[in-house]
Design a protein around this ligand. Sequence first.
Ligand code: NAP
Length: 283
Amino acid sequence: MKKSAVIGFPISHSLSPILHNFLLKKYQIDGSYEAIPINPENLELEFDYLILKADYQGLNVTIPFKEDIFRLFKERGYQITPKALSVQAINTIYKENDQIIGSNSDIYGFEQNLLINSQNKLKNGSALLIGAGGAASAALFSLSSMFDNIYIMNRTRKKAENLAKSQKSAAKIQIIDDLPLEIAQKLDLIVNSTSIGMKNNDFEHSFDLNQVNNDCFVYDLVYNPLYTELLKKAQETGKPVITGIGMLIYQAFEGFEKWFGVKPNLNPDEIQHLTDLLISQIK
Ligand code: NAP
């Protein structure tokens, strides 16, 4: 039986086992996928056990280990895909031709969710990216090939500057501390990649969404709750919104294909069914 798992700490909240077990059942594959909590002090030891001894096909890596695993791969000279190298984080590990490979499927997940839900309407134009952490890095990689102008706004300006410098981009990237009217009015997309809006997080966004044109898409990577305050406000003013759950779903596909040998291909009804299943499990 082929085995995979997601490692993180804490990990009990992870929806990935439900997602992968849904896919295993759909494709009638004799495989398993579980959530394994790892104490950060034991990360290297546990990684070696799972990948080298316990014969896992591979792993997903989540908070707080994506950057640690990237560093471990660098130290050991394991293969890292170009996308993971660009964002300096690994969330998917698999084996190919006796090689251990680290990749980053958050970029694909972010992009696929955006393209499908915006019906490919977003080309060139201007995007505002709020945040400068790991999720922002994956988002920036993708936005760079879709937009001419990208504005990054983050609580800690320095991190936004570092993020902008960390990737090669054909887009013009500017760091902003607030959202002036002249920028607000030309935005085609706003992406929240911070933890603002998460359940039990009382912080609020500092900009005024009313200044933004009503045809601007608002995409929140937070999916617990599915409709964050930002998305609710956007809906009130008639703006099209994109929830973060699709990113979680689409980022899972690369690992699933590498470990279990089937490329998931879900129709819109199946995506909706899987979304409902995942949402029902959010605590
Ligand atoms: P991270 O690397 O820790 O980055 C956190 C970001 O949030 C930083 O930009 C941080 O700003 C900002 N932030 C945190 N608290 C804030 C506050 N009170 N006020 C203003 N800014 C605040 O985390 P991450 O991995 O990027 O994840 C960020 C969010 O994206 C999480 O909610 C996560 O659930 C979501 N996410 C979703 C998916 C998906 O599949 N949908 C995938 C990955 C992540 P500073 O730089 O100033 O600290």
